[in-house]
Design a protein around this ligand. Structure first.
Ligand code: FMN
Length: 224
């Protein structure tokens, strides 16, 4: 009898500012019916606590994830209609677990989205350091020629990071700065967050309705 193979997206959350971007990407993947394998770096736990006031603990990851995903970018409870069943196909791997599934190229995944990506993480992946599961999974994603999206968040950028980003681009990753646009009619912080999350999902070809797409201005001068 044929059984369908679970092929999740790996979502790597590193310690850059921007944990609301990660929450929005996770929601988008779950709404699209995608399975998710989640890897949260040690540093990301600190940023998460700073940015949301909520801890993320290995032993209570499902509860903590639910709390995290139901918060808006302003830190208040958002209208994110997630049910406990929505988290049923999420797997969580501890960042220090280098024997975890995503450490191996034979573990079936669609690809990996690093949201947000710290400059330390960018350096580690560009140099192939594999210092934790997040970096190892990213290196594996590149060697297996799978989709790797790196939503880097830092400003300004030094020359070293720029070189690392070029290395990642040349290795086949999509370098996607967490840089929201304002043309999509943003009125709230969450709209800006959703724009970046939507661009991440675009790069992974995952359907979503996180932002209003630019369709041009029909009827304007010169359009005939
Ligand atoms: C509150 C806070 C915000 C941070 N924001 C950023 C950031 O936006 N970009 C960045 O590259 N590093 C940022 N850092 C530093 C990273 O957390 C640090 O470099 C860490 O070593 C990254 O480790 P990781 O890549 O294993 O998660 C921040 C740290 C803290 C505590």
């Amino acid at each position: 009898m044929e059984t369908s193979l679970r092929t999740p997206w790996i979502v790597g959350v590193s310690g850059a500012s921007g944990t609301p971007y990660a929450a929005a990407v996770l929601r988008g993947l779950l709404r699209a019916g995608e399975a998710v394998d989640l890897v949260v770096s040690r540093a990301a736990r600190l940023t998460l606590l700073d940015e949301t006031g909520h801890p993320f603990r290995d032993a209570h990851w499902r509860d903590d994830l639910r709390t995290w995903l139901t918060r808006g970018a302003d830190g208040k409870d958002g209208h994110f209609d997630l049910e406990p069943a929505d988290l049923a196909d999420v797997r969580f791997w501890a960042a220090g677990d280098l024997a975890a599934g995503p450490s191996s190229g034979s573990y079936p995944v669609k690809g990996m989205l690093i949201v947000p990506a710290s400059t330390a993480c960018v350096a580690g992946v560009a140099l192939g350091l594999s210092k934790d599961l997040l970096q190892r999974a990213a290196s594996v994603t590149l060697k297996e020629r799978r989709t790797l999206v790196v939503a880097v968040r830092e400003t300004p950028l030094n020359g070293q990071t720029l070189k690392h980003l070029v290395t990642l681009d040349e290795a086949g990753a999509v370098v996607l700065p967490a840089s929201p646009a304002f043309y999509a009619g943003a009125r709230h912080i969450q709209d800006l967050v959703d724009f970046v999350a939507g661009r991440v999902l675009d790069a992974a070809a995952v359907p979503h309705q996180l932002y209003r797409r630019w369709e041009g201005e029909l009827g304007s001068a010169g359009s005939s």
